[in-house]
Design a binder for this molecule. Sequence first.
Ligand SMILES: [Zn+2]
Length: 219
Amino acid sequence: MDLIKSPLERSKRSPVRTCVGCSGRDDAEALVRLVVNVAAPDGVAPDGVAPGGVARVAVDLGDGRFGRGVHVHLRTACLRKARSGGIARSLRCAVEVSLGELLEQVVEASNRRITGLVLGAWRARRLLVGADVVCKALEAGAPLLIAATDAGVVLERGPITRAVAEGRAVAWGDKTSLGKLVGRDEVAVIVIQDPGIAQEVLKARRTADLAGEARRQGE
Ligand SMILES: [Zn+2]
């Protein structure tokens, strides 16, 4: 499902981070960043990390600049180890969030991230709506199609089936939720024209898929 990267993107190397689960080092892109909010034992949440405090863990799929964070692979084994010890050792606090809650948060954060990216593309006029326009843009090499999960027959159109086959497509939201983002009643297909935004949407979608998979394994 990888996009063909532009020379500019290829030259941007992803930093390497250590997984708090397996302790393996990996591309930051292969890991998800957890941001930890720590409440002190008396219930007051200090800014820093209090030894002995209890951590609420949140997922950061943005640019990774806020909060105190740790990185972890989105795999059940790594997440389990991170929960039971890795996060606590790294940040010297107990973790009160369950694995299921954590994965739920990953899915929610992915959806928020995609919503933000789509809105950003819309405001920057780097997004197109409407089957004919979308098909034309895909034929001209647009980097990403977003199709509503209930898009229906429009998915049978040539440029759209090709985009799906080439991995230039993600299924996300339904016609009503996509429509809401761009001020219409219903939208079945959207094209993102900005390669950078397209790449980020793909990444967030993959993250959500991985979390869903890990959730099923954990059941
Ligand atoms: Zn790991």
